[in-house]
Every structure is written in structure tokens, then in C-alpha cells.
Design a binder for this molecule. Sequence first.
Ligand SMILES: Cc1ncc(C[n+]2csc(CCOP(=O)(O)OP(=O)(O)O)c2C)c(N)n1
Ligand code: SF4
Length: 297
Amino acid sequence: MPISIKDLPKEKLFLPGNASCPGCPEALGLKYLTMALGRKLMIVIPAGCTSIIQGLAPGGAFVFPTLNVPFASSDAVAAGLAAAKKILGEDAVVVAWGGDGGTADIGFATLSGAAERNDNVIHICVDNEAYMNTGIQRSSLTPFGAWTTTTWRGKRERKKELSLIMLMHKIPYVATASVGYPLDFIEKVRKAASIKGFKFIHLHAPCPVGWRFDPAKTVHVAKLAVETGMWILFEAENGKLRISPPSKPYADKSKRKPIKEYIRLQGRFRTLRDEDISILEKMVDDAWETILRLAER
Ligand SMILES: Cc1ncc(C[n+]2csc(CCOP(=O)(O)OP(=O)(O)O)c2C)c(N)n1
Ligand code: SF4
């Protein structure tokens, strides 16, 4: 059932006055996560911007149980926690919340293992497309053409298709989401919480610091990613894939905004040449073709 803003809880479980930068997408995502799960939320976080946001606030910024863990263990720890809660008969939703580095690179083996065992955990990858916390290094989820401090002429490799890799693990629920569409994200988190087994949500999180844009424009950039077709919102329950409402119009290529509108707002794409933009456009078309084929099945 679609959620309305007035139905969301008013209680603040993620406190203001924390150490996030202005316009931080991880802070937005965390706020929506607490609105989705309320006091049932237990979170497991490896190193990354979120652990700084949590820890540097006086007394801590999170009013819910939090476990800080080494990168390569998040989903294993989360699975143990979920099993312990079940034995104790306590009602909790365990979320492993990792950055793109902590999920797609350093934490990938544990993520894949927990998915294969179908452990009762939600993994949310908050994807700001680089290792931001340590100074904007490239990850396997940095897109083609983007500047980072380790790809200073623009990354030449493509972004890993992480959500499709997770779909191929045949887990009960896989979804993509965006901090630009909070109600869609909250609905997906709640749906994931209602399903037993391993669930994966890939949350697109434009970062003003690492992507070099005005911090007032985080939501605008996030929405443009969807409107240009660069980020496709979908969900797959037991392998049955559906395009989510905010992305539906853009299945029709003629409705998509030109990707230049998305790119020109971000300093990280300043070095892109015209031929690189054509490569990116082709990647967008290919990604849509793959998703639409999966949706037809
Ligand atoms: C095993 C290990 N390697 C490297 C580090 C250093 N480190 C801490 S945070 C971080 C970057 C995390 O990037 P990401 O997961 O994308 O999260 P973000 O900072 O962007 O939120 C790294 C490399 C570490 N803590 N542990
Ligand atoms: S670097 Fe980006 S993701 Fe990290 S705290 Fe700052 S705005 Fe948030």
C-alpha cells in the first residue's frame, strides 16, 4: 500500500547536530530508514561516512542499537544478530548498512555468503559512488568517466551491476532506491522487513563533497539521475522484477532528460569528452534494455 507522509512516525531516532556534511545523502538515507522501521531497527555498520556521522556527535547520533564492525564482516555479524534475536523471541529488523566500498568491494565476499545462505538480514548499500570517508577514492561502483582522487583523468571502467549480481543470487527481495524518492525507499524497506531471508536494497546517494556539486542540490541531483535514466528504480520479489513508479515514464527513451543535464551539475564529470558522453548514453540504453527484458520475463 502506498505510504503517505502523514503516516510516518514523528519520533526522531537519528539526531540532528551530527557530523554529516551539509547536504549529506547518507544522513538523508538514515533518517528515512529510521522512519521506515522505528524502534525495530538494529543496524550494523562498517567504517565509512556513516560511522563518522554516528560517532562524532556528542553522545552519538543514533537512538537505536548500533554495532560498528570491520568491513569484511558486516553481513556475517548481522546474520548472527538476527539469529540471536530470533532465539530470544525479540522483534527486531537487522540492517547491514554499508557504503559502495564496504558493500561492492571490501565486504563483497561476506555479502555474497550471507545471500547464498539466505540469512534473515536486509543489506542496504548506500552508494555515493566512491570511498568518500577516506578522501574520494574510486570504487567498483564509481561510474565511467567520473573523477576521483585515484581516477584523476576520469574512471575508464564501468560501474559494476551490483543489484543484478544480487538478483542472480536468487534471494527473495532485491530493490534499487534513491534518496530523491523517500517514500519509494521507505516502502521498499518496509516490504523487505516483512520478508524472511536475505534482502538487498541499493540506495543511490549523490554526495556533494565527492561529486562536486552545490550541497543544496542533493535531492535535485538524485532526481535527475532517475529522470535521465542513469539510475533505474525497480524491485524484484522472488525474481519477479517490476519497474518502480518514479522510473516508469523513463522506460520510454523519448521521455528521458539528456544525461548532459545530470553531468553538467557535477564537477567530477568536468573532464568528460563528447565521445565519453556518447559511451555513457549507450550504457544507459543498454541498462534499460536489460532491465526491461528482465521485467518482461
Ligand atoms: C579493512 C579496511 N580497509 C580500509 C579501511 C579504511 N577505510 C575506512 S572508511 C573507508 C572508505 C569507505 O568507503 P565506502 O564504503 O564507500 O563508504 P563511504 O565512506 O563512502 O560512506 C576506508 C577505505 C578500513 N577501515 N578497513
Ligand atoms: S563526504 Fe558525502 S557521504 Fe560523506 S558525510 Fe560528506 S556529504 Fe555525506
